[in-house]
Write a protein of this length. Structure first.
Length: 166
């Protein structure tokens, strides 16, 4: 049989666990918002990859164009002018390639960060599940203690009735 103080302590512990559960739920909602942001960033990574693929195709096409152009070009002056143009374009494409590669690397790092945060969120979900289990256990114990308390009260009433009649 639990004393009144033990019951108060159980109630206080239960309230404390409920507060912790509220805090964990709040943290989860924050994590869910962060996951939405990370999903948006992941979408940006896909767009950057698409841009990178397009630029790589353009670079490949430029290389083919350069070979074809060199064959068709007659005379040193025409060839020199054409090569200068193509060189400038190649430099611009290379700059674009490195810009996109830098964006891709940055996005890849962001994806790794998202993966770490997702792992943390999974840990928090597990902690929440553990806390919910503990709360359910404590609530069950409290119900059992209430029923035992009621039975003891009935036993006391019966004993008092027997003492009065006996």
């Amino acid at each position: 049989m639990l004393s009144e103080e033990e019951i108060k302590n159980l109630k206080k512990d239960n309230e404390s666990l409920k507060k912790e559960l509220d805090e964990i739920n709040y943290l989860i909602s924050i994590r869910e918002e962060e996951l939405e942001i990370l999903r948006a960033k992941l979408s940006q990574v896909a767009e950057l990859k698409s841009e990178l693929d397009t630029n790589l195709d353009q670079i490949s096409q430029m290389q083919l164009h350069l070979i074809d152009h060199q064959r068709k070009t007659e005379g040193a002056l025409k060839r020199e002018a054409a090569l200068e143009d193509e060189l400038l374009q190649s430099i611009e494409m290379e700059k674009a390639y490195y810009d996109i590669k830098e964006k891709f690397d940055s996005s890849l790092a962001a994806v790794k960060d998202m993966d770490n945060e997702l792992g943390e969120a999974m840990d928090m979900y597990k902690q929440l599940g553990d806390a919910n289990s503990k709360i359910a256990e404590l609530e069950s114990m409290m119900e059992i203690f209430k029923m035992e308390n009621e039975n003891l009260k009935l036993d006391i009433i019966d004993l008092k009735g027997q003492n009065k009649t006996g």
